[in-house]
Design a protein around this ligand. Structure first.
Ligand SMILES: [Zn+2]
Length: 287
């Protein structure tokens, strides 16, 4: 092995009053060793810095992921809570729907709560919730239709007094009011009232006759649907015409004594499929 005996000469000059050069002889090997050590040191520092930066970025990534996870879990929990609340609310409508269905005679599904699970907000539970909501909606729709139909029927049924007054004759056999003996079957209700008293329909319907007709005198006939018609006789004045839609509270005309009548009164008749029935069956006991 060769020994390197070469030197580097380092000259130092200090610029003072007693300036002089100083000379140092440094062996080559020391210079090389210093350079190698400096290189190793630099690499170590660089690697350390790189490791530190990499660790910091990984740590940051981890923290961010952890934060995201926490946010997602919280969001999930909130959705679960909202869904549970919704499920409870929908299921709680079941008894009410059942009650409404019973009172209106509607056959409706009453197993709304069955489809509602207690799991997480996954697809299956959302499907159950949707099915339950559909059932609830359908049940309410069915009931609404029946209620609307009942409402129409109720207002069509002749169940209010067409005039207020003293009942002089009911339905059934009675002696001939014109004298001369014998009896006749009276097909309606005679309600005495002063001439000109307003007459209103017993229920909603359509006028199918408005004009004089034999013993009835001036007659109005109303078709209420459901096979029910009403007749208003002996009127002094008629205020409606055939085809008119009439409602409770409207004026059909006025009390009079036209036709076969002994004094101002309303002859009121109710027919079911054109057969005379007792109007009292439809009317409230008190006028
Ligand atoms: Zn009569």
């Amino acid at each position: 092995m060769l020994k390197d005996k070469r030197y580097y000469t380092l000259m130092l000059f200090a610029p003072t009053a007693n300036s002089q050069f100083r000379k140092y002889n440094i062996p080559h090997k020391y210079v090389y060793m210093t350079a190698v050590l400096a290189g190793v040191g630099l690499l170590t520092i660089l690697f350390g810095a790189y490791s530190a930066i990499r660790y910091a970025s990984l740590e940051l990534e981890y923290q961010l992921t952890k934060k995201d996870n926490r946010a997602l879990r919280q969001e999930n929990d909130e959705k679960q809570k909202a869904q549970n609340k919704l499920e409870t609310r929908i299921a709680s409508q079941e008894p009410l729907l059942q009650k409404l269905a019973e009172s209106t005679g509607v056959k409706t599904s009453t197993d709304i709560g069955k489809n509602i699970g207690a799991g997480g907000p996954d697809e299956k539970d959302m499907k159950g919730l949707e099915e339950a909501t559909n059932k609830l909606e359908k049940g309410l729709r069915d009931i609404k239709e029946v209620v609307a139909a009942n409402q129409i029927k109720l207002s069509a049924i002749p169940s209010i007094w067409p005039v207020r007054g003293y009942i002089t004759s009911g339905i059934g056999d009675r002696s001939n009011p014109f004298g001369g003996g014998g009896s006749e079957t009276h097909p309606g209700l005679d309600i005495a009232a002063t001439h000109g008293t307003a007459i209103e329909p017993g229920g909603d319907g359509i006028v199918i006759k408005a004009g004089p007709q034999g013993g009835y005198g001036n007659l109005v006939v109303i078709d209420h649907g459901y096979g029910i018609t009403t007749r208003y006789g002996h009127m002094s004045r008629i205020d409606v015409k055939v085809g008119d839609h009439v409602h409770r509270g409207m004026q059909l005309g006025a009390v009079g004594s036209t036709g076969r009548s002994t004094g101002p009164h309303l002859h009121y008749e109710v027919r079911l499929y054109d057969r005379v029935v007792d109007p009292m069956n439809y009317l409230p006991k008190d006028q």
